[in-house]
Design a protein around this ligand. Structure first.
Ligand code: ZN
Length: 163
């Protein structure tokens, strides 16, 4: 299946807490396929299922040439300094804001065979793992911004031609 259109800020699907995958069936396999196809496009580091309109706990990633996915991810470790680094989101196109993130993140979940897997890393991987897990909890990176930064971001959103 081809990549699916990305839902934009303002769509209620992005603010909904996603449900865990209870059973790995053809629907979930198709969802993973679509997430992989959707994250392959240049400039994409991660796509959460909610961003393509499905409130299930699955996301894909594309970091340093490595493309993959995880089902039912849970953050099991956040460590290192919290630093505000430039972050963007496909659902908030054209905007970048300094977002506080931990330097290292580790998530644990399962693959399509039901086997436990872990993803971890620093840099862009740490950022992507935190950003995509937030999506599954109905959070956007805008929700993580300091007050003044958030105010500036919301103004920029309102002035965007896609909004
Ligand atoms: Zn995002």
């Amino acid at each position: 299946m081809p990549e699916r259109p990305i839902r934009l800020f303002g769509d209620p699907v992005l603010k909904t807490v996603s449900a865990p995958v209870e059973q790995i069936d053809d629907r979930v396999r198709a969802l993973v396929d679509d997430l992989i196809d959707s994250v392959k496009l240049p400039g994409r580091a991660g796509v959460a299922a909610s961003q393509i309109g499905v409130n299930l706990r699955v996301f894909s990633y594309n970091v340093d040439g490595e493309i993959g996915y995880i089902i039912n991810p849970e953050i099991v470790e956040l460590s290192g300094e919290v630093e505000a680094i430039d972050e963007g989101c496909l659902s908030v196109p054209g905007l970048w804001h300094k977002t506080p993130r931990h330097a290292f993140a580790r998530v644990r979940g399962i693959d399509l065979d039901g086997n436990e897997i872990e993803l971890s890393g620093t840099g862009l991987m740490a950022q992507a793992l935190q950003h995509e897990t937030d999506h599954l909890d109905g959070l956007l990176y805008l929700d993580r911004l300091e007050k003044d930064e958030r105010r500036a971001a919301m103004k920029a959103v309102r002035e965007s031609d896609w909004f």
